[in-house]
Ligand binder design. Structure first.
Ligand SMILES: O=P(O)(O)OC[C@H]1O[C@H](O)[C@H](O)[C@@H](O)[C@@H]1O
Length: 290
């Protein structure tokens, strides 16, 4: 890494929030905020493009979650439980657990440990880690893990709520979904349906929880690029674009910004995870671009 900048730099954002900047030898970079344990940027060294979307109206003011990047939904996805939408991990300040600067690439692990505030909302003792690595080939590797450090079992749902930057939503399709069952979230209560098409496209609001998907999904941005999402331990995948009305109704999202992203969220929702005392759950998401 001759002459290269330090692989991991701990710094502050313009808003005064602590963040880490990861860099590897091929010029790939990533940014991770301690607020939310939240990845906000992944710039490919080969493509020289930002691959994650963050809203121009994102509010960088805790406890508000950052609109874009990779929010961590824990211990609850959406309204699948008694807590507020998507749980509380995305609203909390995490700590730096470890920094690893090796030939395998820059790796940062952030840690959220149950504290007073979380215990009041959810009376279980846990350690939640997010290991974020830029591999030497420029892939973004994210490994969440949850350890039960209490004396009773607990059960949770989880999602990596990734916002992918796209040229325009009309150019996008998400492949790998044919024949899958999904929960349609645009109706109340959610309804189980079967996907007949080989890919999801976007001509209006889409909000679906695909169950037991293949480990590999593709976000195809026609004429631009393809992102491959490979996952383990995260059997489900939510596909979301808010479209016109919901974008307008979302204060921290620009009215026209729904054109610029799609969320594909590797998750465990349909069959929640139960951990006994001392047990650890680990999962992985690897993003690559071509
Ligand atoms: O506005 P947020 O709480 O960040 O949620 C944003 C979106 O997250 C997921 O994709 C859900 O399936 C959507 O129903 C929700 O609108």
């Amino acid at each position: 890494m001759a002459g290269a900048a330090k692989p991991i730099v701990l710094t502050q954002s313009t808003e005064g929030l602590d963040k880490a900047v990861l860099k590897n030898a091929d010029g790939t970079t990533a940014e991770v905020y301690l607020h939310g344990g939240h990845v906000t940027s992944w710039v490919s060294g080969s493509k020289k493009e930002e691959l994650l979307f963050v809203s121009e109206k994102a509010i960088f003011k805790p406890p508000k979650a950052i609109r874009g990047g990779i929010p961590v939904c824990f211990p609850q996805f959406s309204d699948f439980g008694p807590l507020g939408q998507h749980g509380f991990a995305r609203n909390q300040l995490w700590a730096v657990d470890t920094l690893e600067e090796s030939l395998d690439g820059a790796t940062l692990t952030l840690l959220l440990r149950s504290g007073q505030e979380e215990l009041q909302k959810w009376p279980h003792k846990f350690e939640l880690r997010m290991r974020v690595q830029i591999a030497t080939n420029g892939n973004l590797v994210v490994q969440p893990s949850v350890k039960n450090i209490g004396i009773e079992d607990f059960t949770f749902t989880f999602a990596l709520h990734t916002y992918f930057a796209v040229s325009d939503i009309s150019n996008v399709e998400v492949t790998g979904v044919q024949g899958l069952e999904y929960l349609e979230s645009l109706v109340t209560p959610r309804r189980k349906e079967k996907e007949e098409r080989s890919a999801v496209d976007f001509k209006g609001e889409v909000d679906r929880i695909y169950l037991n998907t293949p480990d590999e999904l593709r976000i195809v941005d026609r004429g631009n690029r393809t992102i491959t999402l490979k996952k383990t331990g995260l059997p489900d995948a939510i596909v979301w674009n808010p479209w016109i009305e919901k974008a307008k109704a979302t204060a921290d999202l620009g009215d026209e910004e729904y054109h610029q992203f799609v969320c594909v969220e590797a998750a465990v929702v349909g069959d929640p995870v139960t951990l006994q005392p001392g047990q650890t759950w680990t999962a992985q998401q690897v993003l690559s671009v071509s």
